[in-house]
Design a protein around this ligand. Structure first.
Ligand code: ADP
Ligand code: ZN
Length: 517
């Protein structure tokens, strides 16, 4: 793990870089002049906050958005980073505290509104405190022809010249004229390292499958790609060993890799993978950080990744050479439970947990999508796109149905039983199955008993899984995974919103034909 990756998780609490971030962080931290164009919400702030921690001295962040600066300073402080802001919104004490911290050399990030640059003392101050990097947010504000023109932004170029430190400019405005103007005014016309890459990796085919016999599903995927280099990611160390054994028994060249292995053994696997053609590495997420193999032809997830960022990063290891590459991600109710529990049981503060749940939701939404996955994935990172033609849902449109009625029945079963049961018991109630447990608790007397006879049990399993995926219900880790309804489900329960669900293809026991229910 690099220092940047270490800080990414220890300070910011993220498990993976978003598209583009790691390259930009490397350039900025390495002292290059940089211009990064990223969509709004794409994660620009990390691209200067993380380099600020990697570099000596103070990073000065210039931004026109006072509320945003204050938010960022608060969040950084909560994460233990010494940050402060000099803005017109400060109280006198706040300003005093910032100056004191600067004088004692305690500050890593100093946020500043551009208006400050007009005052004569600012330059002296920035020189005295050892400014080593200037980061400019909303860099298009330097454009005199744009709507957001800020005259004080024109002083930034002079600031850079005088301090003679690298400058990193960020904007979401991609048009060429604005970019040219930024280069002229902020960098005196010397081309900075520029990052304007779409995040799409069109050669990578995307696919998800519901787990039913996960080992067979992975073996089948690998069998169809015999002789090609691939990675299988698993959620546990133990599984890397059993699955690589299973692959070898099928005649593949396969080995395992995880963080608990001896460093020599790990290096050996890395070297073999780099050198050999057609090796499969079954690994935990510990594998891949430093892997730079251009011709990885496929990546499979035997278990659901942690977040949509982790998913993107892991599948992104395939097809770096631009030739077609394929991916498959398996998931099921147990994965959802595991990932939810990992967030709930972690030590993070409440707002970070809420953000982690939201990122997990984004991945689950991708898993349960009913139309183009890439469109949804890119949309999450702020990029608009049409249907891609290179994902499983573009290949074959899934069969969908109006799931509103089924979801309302399921929610009603959950509420009428006091949010105390898991899917098995609830499905017994819905399908009118009078098991001992149902009778003992008199759940056969409920009005919901038997209202779901129109759907077979496996389809009800799929309904519950999709309800989890859409975050309508969450398993309660303190009550043996009993389902609780979330606020997102209320509009559906009240009949104010509808929901479309996928009709799953459900395979029965091994060897039996595939049946649609
Ligand atoms: P913008 O590009 O619009 O300035 P921000 O820097 O505010 O975007 O980031 C948008 C959101 O993405 C924030 O909620 C931030 O916490 C989140 N984010 C940024 N980087 C990552 C990452 N690597 N993994 C997960 N979430 C991230
Ligand atoms: Zn598609």
């Amino acid at each position: 793990m690099t220092r940047a990756e270490g800080l990414l998780s220890s300070v910011f609490g993220f498990d993976a870089f978003r598209p583009g971030q790691s390259e930009i962080v490397a350039a900025v931290a390495g002292g290059q002049n940089t211009l990064a164009i990223m969509p709004t919400g794409g994660g620009k702030s990390l691209c200067y906050q993380l380099p600020a921690l990697l570099r000596e001295g103070v990073t000065v962040v210039i931004s026109p958005l006072i509320a945003l600066m204050r938010d960022q300073v608060r969040a950084l402080r909560e994460a233990g980073v010494a940050a402060g802001a000099l803005t017109s919104g400060n109280t006198e004490e706040e300003t005093e505290a910032v100056f004191a911290a600067l004088d004692e050399g305690r500050l890593k990030l100093l946020y500043m509104a551009p208006e400050r640059l007009a005052s004569g003392g600012t330059l002296t101050l920035l020189r005295r405190i050892g400014t080593s990097l200037i980061a400019v947010d909303e860099a298009h504000c330097v454009s005199q022809w744009g709507h957001d023109f800020r005259p004080d932004y024109l002083r930034i170029g002079e600031l850079r010249r005088t301090l003679n430190v690298p400058l990193a400019a960020f904007t979401a405005t991609a048009d060429e004229e604005t970019r040219a103007e930024i280069v002229t005014r902020l960098f005196d016309g010397a081309e900075p390292a520029t990052f304007l890459r779409g995040f799409d990796r069109p050669n990578i085919h995307l696919a998800f499958e519901v787990k039913d016999q996960p080992r067979r599903q992975i073996l089948a995927f690998a069998a169809a790609r015999r002789g090609q280099s691939g990675i299988v990611y698993t959620a546990t160390r133990a599984k890397t060993e059993t699955l690589s054994q299973a692959l070898r028994e099928e005649g593949h060249a396969a080995c395992h890799y995880h963080g608990g292995m001896d460093p020599d053994d790990r290096r050996e696997v890395e070297a073999r993978f780099q050198r050999e053609d057609g090796l499969i590495v079954v690994a935990t997420v510990a594998f891949g950080m430093g892997i730079d193999k251009p011709d990885i032809r496929w990546v499979a997830h035997a278990d659901l990744p942690k977040s949509i960022e982790a998913y993107y990063q892991e599948i992104g290891r395939a097809g770096r050479d631009g030739a077609p590459a394929e991916t498959l991600t398996l998931y099921g109710p147990d994965d959802i439970r595991l990932r939810r529990a990992q967030v709930d049981e972690g030590l993070a503060p409440a707002d970070r947990k809420a953000a982690d749940h939201a990122r997990l939701n984004a991945l689950l939404g991708l898993a349960e999508a009913t139309s183009c996955r890439r469109q949804r994935l890119l949309g999450y990172f702020g990029e608009e796109a049409g249907p891609c033609g290179a994902c499983d849902l573009c290949d074959t449109a899934p069969e969908v149905f109006d799931g509103t009625d089924a979801v309302r029945k399921a929610l009603s079963a959950i509420l009428r039983t006091g949010e105390s049961f898991g899917a098995g018991h609830l499905i017994d109630i819905l399908t009118g199955t009078a098991t001992d447990k149902v009778r003992q608790r008199r759940h056969d007397d409920l009005p919901t008993f038997g209202v779901g006879r129109d759907l077979p049990k496996p389809q009800w399993q799929a309904v519950f899984r999709q309800m989890m995926g859409h975050d309508l219900i969450r398993p309660d880790p303190e009550r043996h995974g009993a389902f609780r309804m979330t606020d997102d489900a209320r509009p559906i329960l009240r009949g104010e919103a509808q929901i479309t669900l996928r009709r799953d293809t459900i395979r029965k026991a091994a060897g039996k034909p595939v049946v649609k229910t």
